[in-house]
Design a binder for this molecule. Structure first.
Ligand code: C5P
Length: 245
C-alpha cells in the first residue's frame, strides 16, 4: 500500500487578518486554528506522516498541538509555494514515486472528514491528482481601477479551489520543480500540475471549508465548527479530545 504524506503549510504571517500573531495561532473553539486543522487531518488519517511547514522564527508553535506520531518540522519559505516545495524536497529521499501526498492549508480548520476521505480516494484513483473545490454560486464582476464594474464574467464552469489538493509524490514533486525552473508563481498544487499539462480532478466539497483570511472569518469558523460538532462524522471537540488522551 502507498504511504500517505500530509503537507501542511503554516509558515504564513496572515497580514490580512490584522492580528498580533499569525492567523494559524489565533484561538478557535478551544484550540488554535492550526491545532484544529491538525485534529481534523489526524482524525481522518491517523497513520499518515505529517510535514508541518513553519516559519524559521516561529515562536508560537507548540509541539503538544501535533496529534500525529510520525511528523516532522520543515522550514517554510517566502511564499506558500516555497513552503510546499521545501516539504517535497525534504521527503524526496524517503518517499516512493507512487506515495500519496495531500497538501492542506493550516488556515482551513473546518474541513470535514467526509471531504477528506473522498479527496484521498480521488487522489488514489486519478492519474493527474485531485483537489477539493466548490462551484462558483455568485454572479462574478470584474472591477475597474476606480472601483466601478468593468464587466460581468461568465461563471459557468468556474470553481473555487480549496484544500486539500494532492497527487502521487513523483507527479507533484516534478511539477513543483518544473514550475520553479520556469519561474511560475503558484498559489496551489493544481496550478503546478496544470502547468505540466495535467488536468487534476475537481472533487465537489463542502462550502463551509473556509480559509481563515479576514478578521470576520474567525467568528464564522466558530459557528461552522459548532454546527458540525453535532453531526456524527465530526472530530472530537477540544474537551472530548483531552478526555480521550
Ligand atoms: O496567505 P494564505 O491564506 O494564502 O496562506 C495559505 C496557507 O499557506 C496558510 O496556512 C499559510 O500559513 C501558508 N503559508 C506558508 N508559507 C508562506 C505563506 C503562507 O506556509 N510563506
Amino acid at each position: 500500500m502507498s504511504r500517505l504524506w500530509l503537507i501542511v503549510p503554516a509558515a504564513g504571517v496572515g497580514r490580512r487578518m490584522q492580528a498580533e500573531c499569525p492567523k494559524q495561532y489565533l484561538p478557535l473553539a478551544g484550540r488554535t486554528v492550526l491545532a484544529q486543522s491538525l485534529v481534523r487531518l489526524h482524525t481522518a488519517f491517523p497513520a499518515a506522516t505529517l510535514c508541518l511547514c513553519l516559519a524559521q522564527d516561529d515562536t508560537e508553535f507548540d509541539a503538544d498541538a501535533v496529534p500525529f506520531d510520525d511528523w516532522r518540522r520543515i522550514d517554510g519559505g517566502a511564499e506558500r509555494a516555497d513552503s510546499v516545495a521545501a516539504a517535497l524536497a525534504a521527503i524526496a529521499a524517503e518517499a516512493a514515486d507512487d506515495d500519496l501526498v495531500l497538501v492542506h492549508d493550516a488556515a482551513r480548520p473546518c474541513v470535514a472528514p467526509d471531504d477528506l476521505a473522498r479527496l484521498l480516494a480521488a487522489v488514489s484513483a486519478e492519474p493527474d491528482g485531485a483537489l477539493l473545490a466548490v462551484p462558483v454560486a455568485d454572479t462574478m464582476k470584474r472591477a475597474a481601477a476606480d472601483g466601478r464594474v468593468a464587466g460581468t464574467e461568465l461563471r459557468d464552469g468556474l470553481w473555487h479551489a480549496l484544500t486539500p489538493q494532492g497527487a502521487r509524490f513523483a507527479l507533484l514533486y516534478d511539477a513543483y520543480r518544473a514550475a520553479s525552473a520556469r519561474g511560475l508563481a503558484l498559489t496551489d498544487e493544481a496550478s503546478a500540475l496544470e502547468a505540466m499539462g495535467h488536468a487534476p480532478q475537481l472533487v465537489a466539497g463542502r462550502r463551509d471549508n473556509l480559509k481563515i483570511t479576514h478578521p470576520d472569518d474567525l467568528a464564522l469558523a466558530e459557528l461552522i465548527l459548532a454546527a458540525q460538532a453535532g453531526s456524527s462524522d465530526s472530530p472530537p471537540t477540544a474537551a472530548q479530545h483531552k478526555a480521550l488522551t
